[in-house]
Design a protein around this ligand. Sequence first.
Ligand SMILES: Nc1ncnc2c1ncn2[C@@H]1O[C@H](COP(=O)(O)OP(=O)(O)OP(=O)(O)O)[C@@H](O)[C@H]1O
Ligand SMILES: [Mg+2]
Length: 293
Amino acid sequence: MDARSSNGPRIFGKSGAYMMLDSANTEDILLEVSNVEVIYNHVILVLKGVSLKVPKGGITALLGGNGAGKSTTLKSISNLLLSERGEITKGSVKYRGATVAGLSPADLVRKGVIQVMEGRHCFGHLTVEENLLTGAYTRKIGRAELNQNLDLVYSYFPRLKERRKSLAGYTSGGEQQMVAIGRALMSKPETVLLDEPSMGLAPQLVEEIFQIVKDLNEKEGVTFLLAEQNTNVALRYAHYGYILESGRVVMDGPAAELRENPDVKEFYLGMSDEGRKSFRDTRSYRRRKRWLN
Ligand SMILES: Nc1ncnc2c1ncn2[C@@H]1O[C@H](COP(=O)(O)OP(=O)(O)OP(=O)(O)O)[C@@H](O)[C@H]1O
Ligand SMILES: [Mg+2]
């Protein structure tokens, strides 16, 4: 049976083929979000039962427009909701089969899960290198290992090496995004939750950053869950995608299949048989959005 034609959950195989996922190889799933509901300020219901799986060694994309709930989903995994008066009121988040409830963001970093926040938060008054070093604070390592780690980050981000002594606040948007990702790498993560890496960057830089994400995935084995509004670029680099709308997953599938899906093409990639369109054309969108039916 062709696994692609089945409705069962799939994971990305080493050979590049999709394999059916059965209970025997659930250890391949690092992160499992099940039916998660999130409420902000006790009243604002934002996630309405989101479920997704992140397989080890894959790049999984969480797609959707403004306010769909992508960042909220990532924060519900990394336990950063509390600081924003948000809470998970239903469902569960498991990492390697164990619940993450009750763990602090720092505990999660020690378990190998780190979030790169939207808007590339850097310490503007620190140098690029000092910013990177702050990323290793959860690890008790000596100077030699620290330097080794820095060298690894610089090998993926040669621009950062050139600018290591510059104040992060004076570097470009693209460089700051690189600092934010590089700092996360300093914690030696197994899984990176990357929120909107393309935000506000020129197309060429977006490609550069996604190419580095792909290299880190392939060469260092880092697993990624990335939230993106830029469906086009995300589906070219990810293996699997989930599309969120108003706090619900409305569609998911292998990236190659989503790229070919007529609704995704029309509403998220701005292409259709009738010519270019935008998903912001909501009237046509509601009428045609057959995946909700
Ligand atoms: N701290 C908060 N308090 C109240 N509402 C919030 C809070 N953070 C987010 N929201 C609301 O939750 C919804 C989802 O927001 P979220 O940031 O998760 O979306 P997103 O998909 O990441 O959007 P974007 O692509 O614009 O970053 C939005 O309607 C937003 O206004
Ligand atoms: Mg967001």
